[in-house]
Design a protein around this ligand. Structure first.
Ligand code: BGC
Length: 247
């Protein structure tokens, strides 16, 4: 079975049909720049445009969002427009696309996808998938079950919101070396490790492709591996969650 997944990011909105049995995209992703300002109606128009590019894939659509989404309602929007706060996104998108739409947090989607088909497949216990991008997102799984909206990117570490020091975007913005950035990530992961004693930490986000540059520099005792689905995890996870909700 196929289901359309769409990933709303700070800079791009990307979508593709997902083969739910294999966790793979069945067509080339379509990417359209995120409108600025990233207001809900403007974003919904772009999501509809991405969906229209795959009109052979009908039915429900899974959409990710870079903030807390509880039962389709957006509760936080750290790196996108405040106009989203309190919005029933499932209702808005279902009406705009004229088909059932479910929105979930982007890192939760990545966590579900990595647990189903990626680096956390078959792993029991506590698994934390951390996505390093514009911010830091977290997908928290216990015996393969998602605990949604954990927001571990906003843990306060040394008095600072963690993503402000250790997100992948900060490495570029502050022109940090891999060593400097890895030290910040290591400090952050020490806090995560201390609080949750996870069995596995999966490092996701675009930077997971460069894992060889920083994973060897980390000093944690927890097993830490790069994500397997790279930048497709959001699309795949949104499709999986939506299929489960619609079943
Ligand atoms: C948001 C999270 C999101 C993460 C990655 C954070 O700033 O609070 O909800 O998962 O960025 O996009």
């Amino acid at each position: 079975m196929e289901l359309l997944g769409i990933d709303i990011g700070g800079s791009g909105i990307k979508g593709a049909p997902v083969d739910l049995d294999r966790g793979e995209l069945t067509a080339e992703r379509v990417r359209i720049a995120t409108p600025q300002p990233s207001d809900p109606l403007a974003v919904a128009d772009v999501v509809a445009e991405v969906a229209a590019a795959f009109d052979q894939c009908g039915g429900p659509v899974g959409v990710t969002f870079p903030g807390v989404v509880r039962h389709g309602v957006v509760l936080t929007a750290a790196n996108v427009s405040d106009a989203w706060l309190g919005l029933d996104a499932d209702a808005l998108f279902t009406e705009r696309l004229n088909r059932p739409v479910h929105m979930i947090n982007d890192a939760d989607a990545a966590g579900v996808a990595e647990a189903a088909f990626g680096a956390a497949a078959g792993r029991s216990g506590t698994v934390i998938v951390l996505t390093f991008g514009t911010g830091i997102g977290s997908g928290f799984l216990v015996d393969g079950q998602l605990v949604p909206n954990t927001e571990l990117g906003h843990l306060e570490v040394d008095g600072v919101d963690a993503e402000r020091r250790a997100a992948a975007s900060v490495r570029k913005r502050e022109d940090l070396s891999w060593e400097e950035w890895a030290a910040r990530v290591d400090r952050y992961l020490a806090t995560v490790e201390m609080l949750f004693s996870p069995d596995l930490i999966v490092i996701g986000g675009g930077v997971s492709r460069r894992a060889d540059k920083f994973l060897p520099l980390l000093r944690r005792r927890t097993e830490i591996v790069p994500a397997a689905l790279e930048n497709q995890a959001g699309i795949v996870g949104a499709a999986i969650v939506t299929a489960r909700l619609e079943a």
